[in-house]
Design a protein around this ligand. Sequence first.
Ligand code: FPP
Length: 250
Amino acid sequence: MSKLLQSINLQNTPNHIAIIMDGNGRWAKGKGMQRVFGHKNALTAVREAVAGASDVGTKYITLYAFSTENWNRPKLEVDALMSLLVNSLKKELPEFQKNGIKINSIGNIERLPQKARKVLAEVIDATQNNSTITLTFALSYGGREEIVNAIKNISKKVVNNELDIEKIDDKIINSHLYTFNLPDVDLMIRTSGEQRISNFLLWQMAYAELYFTEVLWPDFRKEHLYSAILDYQNRERRFGKTSEQIESNE
Ligand code: FPP
């Protein structure tokens, strides 16, 4: 077993890990290849991250696969990413089943090509009873758009007298987000050295620990995930309280 994995306290692992998988383009460029080559080589990293999270008992992993802003990339790259999504979902289904991986998606799924929507819906349906880990793909996802949507839907209920304005609280807002069935993020990892959250899970990351690594996404392996988790375990999560309160379990 890996030394890093042995050092992890399995009683205190993040329940929900979110990852911004960045650096595919730079990885490919460094090898004198087209950007799409980087995306194709990102799949091993996806498998490793999910398997590593599963190994330590993490129940939710959410990957930023395609942002609302990514629609502005050259059509060739957008098409390649959509094909990659369709082909990998189909190809990986037996592995999802074997490893108890439940597939979920968040984002403006209506904007995806019909083929991608269909395959995604099939894989979500086929894996709905798996319970080892929930793997959520953020697709055509934007944190602000998600919040705008939630506000619109809540407002409609208020206007229709289905909801009292005074009843609006964190819980109500949570239940109107794409992530209504997911817990808050505990640990957010971003690869490739960029230190931004880029419109990812804005509401859900309110108390997340942030971890940035220089590793480019296609090079990301289990060991890198374990390092991030060890770093997380050395932090004190106070949720606005004092250290003394946390120590005395108040
Ligand atoms: C960021 O690298 C990555 C993306 C915009 C796409 C993420 C997609 C994958 C990891 C492909 C596999 C995913 C699925 C769901 C099949 P970048 O292109 O922004 O890299 P750069 O910053 O170096 O240009």
